[in-house]
Design a protein around this ligand. Structure first.
Ligand code: F6R
Length: 248
């Protein structure tokens, strides 16, 4: 596991963009899996800057988002489709038809989850996975207790996640209680992973994920078994780590 400690969230975004851009250069078609939430926003800003400067071309990139709330229409301003369009896709030269977000409105949700997983497999798998981490150690919406071998499916959100995400909604009761998420097993199949975390409030979680035991109670700890997982984290977020890591 590679751990890179950076000064602040802006540097975190830049560093992660560097890692992904290097990898993109090597491929004619690139399969990228993306997260939502506050943490990856500096990365998406950096992607937009590089794309506008002609340094990064997304015209042949295919994306798969990690997750989507069940019951939110893509046009809803808190849906993850809406988030991705607003914060990234509308500002880069990606083809919208090449962007995939799980369908939280599918009539047969289980079938649509299976189909999502199949699409990823059939395209040859994900080249680079971007992750954030929840306060409870979740990745995607794989809440504590999720099977480490799990594939794309519906998960019921924990109270902690509902409270964390209430900041994006008018009131807590508006937060959907279920979401479709790529599984931990889906994430483990990806070729490379970069997990981003910023802020002192994630310091305990990052310590548990990196230096604690591998356990379904801290889903991100499964990445200890991934062959190419990199954490890019801010200094304040790394404050509780005890081993020596790369500092830039
Ligand atoms: C969202 C996702 C979640 C978030 C996590 C952290 O697509 O995958 O696991 O990454 O909840 O959210 P923020 O970045 O808002 O702290």
């Amino acid at each position: 596991m590679r751990v890179i400690i950076v000064k602040n969230a802006e540097e975190m975004g830049k560093k992660a963009a560097n890692l992904i851009a290097e990898e993109m250069k090597e491929k004619t078609s690139f399969i990228l899996s993306l997260a939502t939430g506050s943490t990856p926003l500096p990365l998406y800003k950096d992607f937009i800057k590089r794309n506008k400067a002609g340094e990064m071309d997304f015209s042949t990139v295919i994306t798969f988002n990690l997750d989507e709330y069940v019951g939110l229409d893509p046009a809803h301003n808190q849906s993850y489709r809406y988030f991705m369009n607003k914060n990234l896709f509308d500002h880069i030269n990606i083809l919208k038809k090449n962007t995939h977000v799980p369908n939280g409105m599918a009539e047969d949700i289980d079938a649509s989850c299976k189909e999502y997983e199949k699409m990823i497999d059939e395209i040859g798998g994900i080249d680079y996975q971007v992750l954030g981490i929840g306060g409870n150690g979740h990745i995607g919406f794989n809440e504590p207790g999720s099977s480490i071998g799990s594939l794309t499916r519906v998960k019921t959100l924990t109270d902690e996640t509902i409270s964390d995400n209430a900041r994006f909604f008018e009131k807590k009761e508006d937060v959907p209680t279920q979401a479709i998420t790529m599984g931990i097993g889906t994430i483990m199949k990806t070729k490379k992973v970069v997990l981003l975390a910023s802020g002192a409030n994630k310091a305990d979680t990052v310590k548990a994920a990196l230096e604690g035991p591998i356990t379904s109670m801290c889903p991100a700890s499964a990445l200890q078994l991934h062959r190419f997982a990199t954490y890019v984290i801010t200094e304040d977020c790394a404050a509780k780590l005890t081993l020596n890591y790369e500092t830039v």
